[in-house]
Design a binder for this molecule. Structure first.
Ligand code: SF4
Length: 258
């Protein structure tokens, strides 16, 4: 019997998705399949892989793909202690949908107490230095602790999100954290992210419906105006070049390149 199939490559998955009621347009199904393949290959190549789940829209796509297809990848989220209530509600919705617990990781209590003692409870508004110090204690240190023992970490950044992120590569050596960094959604558009979320009926942060395309800590995130940059609501009082928390390294070396 011939192995030749009447259907083009990928069509079987598309048909199966239709039958299961979670329809993805063929192009998006192919993109999602590429993400699944990239993550599965990362597990094969690097062994212990962890996903730092930002709980943003892109994170919903990656959470769905990882928990549905590549469960060998561990997932954690950083609870800075200053998140929006809507973000905690989202954590509960995700846990109900996938019947799994998201591992929340927290700042070191002693370092946090010292930070607040030094700069005050909202000191991050007063200078870039104070803001970075807060992000360091509430995010960067926590991240470094959470990724210890892993060989690679996954992130949901997209090129469209900012000038800095436009320079990213799908697989990079993250010298800052001494491990590989995998960005499977780099070339996804915002529209594709939302198409995926809607087709798969995945929960998402309801702040996205109120003009918050990018969501971080409550005091440091605001809604954006039409036409503004996607990340304009993050640390909105600062210059665009400084609007990162320190988790995304500035100097990059793509794997396989000099
Ligand atoms: S986003 Fe704001 S509150 Fe959150 S860690 Fe950074 S400076 Fe602190």
């Amino acid at each position: 019997m011939s192995n030749h199939s009447f259907w083009p490559a990928g069509a079987h998955r598309y048909i199966r998705a239709h039958i299961m009621g979670d329809v993805l347009p063929l192009e998006l199904e192919q993109k999602a399949a590429a993400v699944r393949d990239m993550l599965a290959a990362a597990v094969q190549q690097y062994g212990r892989v962890v996903y730092s789940n930002s709980l943003g829209a892109e994170a919903m796509v990656l959470t769905d793909i990882i928990w549905s297809h590549v469960p060998e990848i561990d997932i954690f989220s950083i609870d800075t202690g200053r998140l929006h209530e809507e973000t905690y509600e989202l954590v509960e919705k995700l846990e109900r949908r996938y019947k799994k617990r998201i591992r929340l990781v927290y700042p070191d209590a002693e370092n946090l107490a010292k930070l607040v003692e030094k700069q005050g409870v909202n000191g991050f508004f007063h200078s870039l230095e104070a803001r970075l110090a807060c992000c360091h204690v509430r995010k960067v240190e926590v991240f470094k602790r959470a990724v210890q023992g892993y060989s690679a970490w996954v992130t949901g950044v997209r090129r469209q999100q900012s000038a800095t992120r436009a320079l990213g590569q799908p697989i990079e050596w993250d010298a800052q954290n001494n491990m590989h960094k995998i960005s499977p959604l780099l070339d996804w558009t915002e529209e594709q992210v939302w198409q995926y979320i809607r087709a798969r009926k995945i929960p998402y942060n309801t702040l996205h419906d109120r003009s918050f395309p990018s969501i971080g800590c409550a005091p440091c995130t605001r809604a954006i105006q039409p036409g503004e940059d996607q990340r304009a609501g993050r640390w909105w009082w600062e210059q665009p070049e400084s609007r990162e928390c320190g988790l995304q390294p500035r100097v990059r070396h793509a794997v396989g390149q000099a």
